[in-house]
Design a protein around this ligand. Structure first.
Ligand SMILES: *Cc1c(COP(=O)(O)O)cnc(C)c1O
Length: 469
């Protein structure tokens, strides 16, 4: 009983200097709630004569320790679960790791848009209501050669909006080889269903001919669609129909031809030593009436879905009530515009756009990182794993040619474990890296943990936290 009486009161606790800084940071209310919860639980333990709790209460620096416990608990409550990680998976555009990192220009534009009222949908010349697409449309049209453009939440939304606007209650013809699933929830057949249109598959998995499309077009056909087979490639005895032929067929039949490019690069990537991806402009030039693509894949911007093409079709998209549900906010628009503006200077693009900097990073540069890391990493893991630098291949990821891999270097960790326990040991090693303050995400291959160094920029930050492994 006397012990219980020696517990400080809430008021006394909150007045101590020990909690002043915490209260300054997060406010009185949260600290009071946590202090009360901790006091209550301690009272319960003491009433139950818990030996450890009683000894703690008698300790000389009890008050200091108790306040530290409150501070820790409040800090956990206020910390975000969304934290930065090191993407050393070797997949540069990694959907689960948030895809592209934004350039500073975009971040600054986002701050300005976020912290001010803006003319988002306000025409400053007339003082009347404006169009939120107007801010981006000109820049997108200039770089792609399109007549018109609009932007929605992501490319899945772009495809949904196009299908629902142009083909609701009607048929959409698509090659069986293109009925793709892109990571989790985006499956073309499911999107068709959500958009209330009927999917009409033509051809076979590996071969589709122009005559297959021709034969399938009927009075109920609303459009022809081509989907970039983002995350796989069918090789061998294959045939697909060129976009130019499809667009010509669509024109003959008086229906639109839509191409879902997925990644959709705005520029030719070959000058950056990357494989050629069809650009949005090339796709429009071959006759596509609408092209859809992501803002945060090869483009290197924020999450968004971009639709460019014929003005008459884009106008119809804008008038669909779904557009309102799928539209982007001012912060995304500001970031996207800043990124697209960087494309106006292609020569400096690979230094200013983080995604392109990573994709086009030279092997020499990656080797410098590897050489700097090897010794500290070996020291940190002495006795636990052997570490060496190994040649590896990075991939672009998220829908750019999966088979075109880029030469890179990885730290390769072989756990020191008894035979038969290697798998478990490598899993444990991988978990230790993930448990670091800035988690390190690698990939496991053949009983080894590989950390692909292509996307590692903060080498010192990486080394500093090794001691906590
Ligand atoms: C990635 C991709 C999508 C989905 O785009 P999100 O921006 O992730 O919504 C749709 N179609 C293709 C071909 C893709 O590669």
């Amino acid at each position: 009983m006397t012990l219980l009486k020696s517990l400080p009161s809430i008021d006394k606790l909150l007045q101590t200097e020990l909690l002043a800084a915490l209260i300054g940071r997060v406010g009185h209310e949260s600290v009071k709630l946590e202090a009360r919860a901790q006091l209550n639980s301690l009272r319960g333990l003491i009433a139950a004569e818990d030996a450890e709790a009683m000894a703690w209460l008698g300790a000389e620096d009890f008050l200091g320790q108790f306040c530290a416990a409150i501070e820790d608990a409040v800090d956990v409550e206020f910390s975000s679960s969304l934290i930065p990680v090191f993407n050393l998976t070797g997949t540069v555009v990694h959907t689960n790791l948030g895809r592209a990192s934004l350039p500073l220009e975009a971040v600054n534009a986002m701050i300005t848009a976020a912290t001010n009222a803006t003319n988002l949908e306000y025409d400053l010349a007339t003082g009347k209501r404006g169009d939120r697409d107007s801010h981006l449309e000109q820049a997108l049209c200039a770089i792609t050669g399109a007549e018109a453009a609009t932007v929605v939440n992501n490319n899945a939304a772009a495809v949904l909006l196009v299908l629902n606007t142009l083909a609701r209650g009607k048929e959409v013809i698509i090659s069986r080889g293109e009925l793709v699933e892109i990571g989790g929830a985006f499956r073309i057949p499911d999107v068709m269903e959500s958009a209330s249109c009927t999917l009409k598959e033509v051809g076979t998995t590996n071969r589709t001919h122009l005559k297959d499309y021709e034969a399938a077009i009927g009075t109920d056909t609303a459009l022809l669609m081509k989907v970039h087979t983002s995350n796989y490639e069918i090789r061998g005895f294959t045939k697909s129909v060129a976009e130019a032929d499809l667009s010509q067929l669509a024109k003959q039949k008086g229906i639109p031809f839509v191409s879902d490019l997925g990644s959709g690069s705005l520029i030719d990537l070959r000058p950056y030593n990357l494989p050629h991806e069809p650009t949005v402009k090339e796709t429009l030039d071959t006759g596509a009436d609408l092209v859809t693509f992501s803002g945060d894949k090869l483009l290197g911007g924020p999450q968004a879905g971009i639709i460019v093409g014929k003005r008459e079709l884009v106008e119809r998209l804008k008038h669909n009530p779904l557009k309102r549900a799928l539209r982007v906010d001012k912060i995304t628009l500001a970031a996207l515009l800043a990124v697209i503006n960087l494309y106006k200077d292609p020569r400096r693009l690979s230094t200013r756009l983080p995604l392109l900097a990573d994709l086009s990073r030279s092997l020499d540069d990656i080797e410098v990182v590897a050489a700097k890391l090897l010794a500290p990493v070996q020291a940190a893991l002495a006795g636990r794993a052997t570490v060496e630098v190994q040649a590896c291949k990075s991939q672009i990821g998220s829908g750019a040619l999966p088979l075109d891999l880029m030469e890179s270097r990885a730290l390769c960790f072989a756990p020191i474990a008894a035979k038969g326990e290697t798998d478990q040991a490598v899993q444990q090693l991988s978990a230790s890296f993930r448990a670091l303050p800035k988690p390190v995400i690698g990939r496991i291959n053949d009983g080894r943990l590989l950390l692909d160094l292509r996307c590692l920029r903060d080498v010192d930050g990486f080394i500093q936290q090794l001691a906590q492994l």
